[in-house]
Ligand binder design. Sequence first.
Ligand code: CO
Length: 164
Amino acid sequence: MEPPATETPATVPADTGAAAADTASPAPAADSNEAAAASCAVEIESNDAIQYNVKEITVPASCSEFTITMRHVGKLPVAAMGHNVVITTAADMAGVVADGIAAGLDAGYLKPNDSRVIAHTDMIGGGQTTSVTFPVSKIKGGEYKFFCSFPGHAALMNGTISVK
Ligand code: CO
């Protein structure tokens, strides 16, 4: 392989601080060998328009654990515009959403101890940030979704998560 072009200019990703503030580029090249231990984490945003800013999350198969950090960049409170990130199989999404609505806001719109839920963050309002870390081995073959379980949100706030 030829040496990398001298193309790495000003961006210094090395923040001090041990907290995972990885600002990974939104569209990493597929099989790059650079930055091997790179991104076993992703940061996504949600807003007051019932949106995430990503539709797809790819988890590197080399990761044993993966962290999703979600920042709510809106201003509305959790009771009006709450967002979380829930991961289930695609087949389980609708049922988890329905049971979550019944569980109510105090339960974060998730049925307590729902075994269909692979991972989930807290339900947050505007200006807040939440994260969840889960074993990558929990995502196997088949289709998996991430979504917001706030009533009415999953239809707009959902995407695909896969391990590659
Ligand atoms: Co939401």
